[in-house]
Design a protein. Structure first.
Length: 366
């Protein structure tokens, strides 16, 4: 089990809400997310947090060596490399992971775009070189000349892509496959493979079986619209109860942040987002999902606004016609029941020019 107490302080985890280099999410007291342009920050928070990162390594990479990794085994060293990252890649991270007799480095790349990044292997090669160069420099500082000895070895690096897109990942996973003449000169070409963890490939049932906080976050990250919440309505009550009982408060805060990122993406008003995140902080997961009937918040409000505009224009048409005389009830119902803004615009112009209701009906084809 994870040693949660070792990494928490006053109910929070050191670095759990580290938003350095992440302007899309800001921490402002009680309610922590207030930016509508957040995209991959929900996934970034996974790798920022030691408990979630440990859960990811143990349960989602299928690497036996990592089955026993604990939160206290993970050290974030991303800040060393931020100046070298590509612009806008502050969601990428580097971790030092302590194993029984050695350590390895984890390069985690969050890929939230729906399209596949076909040059990912080369991008990771650059990152690997950065990490190894930094490691070589650190070892030389400790013991000059050590990297030129026969016994010196570089640490293994695990490159992982956390992919939130819906398209199947079809990019080459081995850098050698991106180099031509690899069939002839393959032994001279840098050769490594990276791990892809596609969120969309996990079924809800597979995630629920894991019964950890990361599984809930991945369920949320799979959502593309609030209509998708209908897929979460069938989650067993026991799943939420177990998470509510064992999840530390700071992780509830973190999960609230991730849900807020999703809700802001749908243009849900700030007050409503705060209500939802308050529910999460109280461990009321089931209540959150029950309150989301299968409708799209953004689309519903857009339709409501359009309906209001259509109603206003229809009323304007009727007002003009009423100046010409009594408008038959059937004609009133037809005008008020029309939501086509283009048609209402034409009728408004005709009503303004008509000398009688009959003339309006004839010109409008009614």
């Amino acid at each position: 089990m994870e040693s949660r107490q070792d990494i928490t302080k006053d109910g929070t985890a050191a670095g759990a809400f580290n938003d350095a280099g992440n302007p899309a999410i800001s921490s402002t007291g009680k309610h922590t997310v207030n930016n509508t342009k957040a995209h991959d920050n929900g996934a970034k928070l996974i790798f920022d947090d030691p408990i979630l990162c440990a859960q990811f390594l143990r349960g989602y990479t299928n690497i036996e060596l990592l089955r026993d990794v604990q939160p206290e085994d993970i050290e974030d060293i991303s800040e060393r490399f931020l100046p070298m990252w590509q612009e806008g890649r502050d969601s990428d991270s580097v971790k030092k992971v302590r194993l029984k007799d050695c350590e390895l480095f984890l390069i985690a790349i969050v890929e939230h775009q729906s399209k596949v990044h076909y040059d990912m292997a080369f991008k990771l090669l650059r990152y690997i070189v950065m990490v190894l160069t930094d490691y070589e420099s650190e070892q030389e500082k400790k013991k000059p000349g050590v990297t030129r000895t026969k016994e010196f070895r570089y640490p293994p690096i695990l490159p992982v892509v956390y992919y939130e897109g819906t398209d199947r990942w079809t990019a080459a996973r081995n850098f050698k496959d991106r180099v031509y003449l690899n069939d002839v000169l393959g032994r001279y070409i840098p050769d490594f493979e990276y791990v892809v963890v596609p969120v969309a490939s996990y079924t809800n049932e597979e995630l629920i079986e894991k019964k950890d906080e990361l599984s809930l976050i991945m369920l949320i990250n799979k959502l593309r619209s609030s209509a998708d919440f209908k897929n979460l309505k069938g989650i067993p009550q026991e799943y939420f109860e177990e998470l509510s009982e064992k999840t530390p408060r700071y992780l509830l805060e973190l999960i609230g942040k991730i849900i807020a990122v999703f809700l802001y993406r749908l243009n849900v008003p700030r007050k409503e987002v705060e209500q939802f995140t308050d529910q999460i902080r109280g461990g009321e997961f089931q209540m959150l999902f029950d309150s989301f009937e299968a409708y799209d918040v953004q689309e519903t409000r857009r339709a409501s606004r359009a309906e209001g505009k259509a109603e206003g224009k229809a009323e304007a048409v009727l007002e003009l016609l009423l100046e010409l005389g009594t408008v038959p009830q059937e004609l009133q119902d037809m005008i008020m029941g029309t939501a086509d803004m283009e048609k209402l615009g034409i009728w408004l112009k005709l009503a303004a020019k008509a000398e009688s209701i009959e003339q309006f009906q004839e010109q409008a084809g009614l």
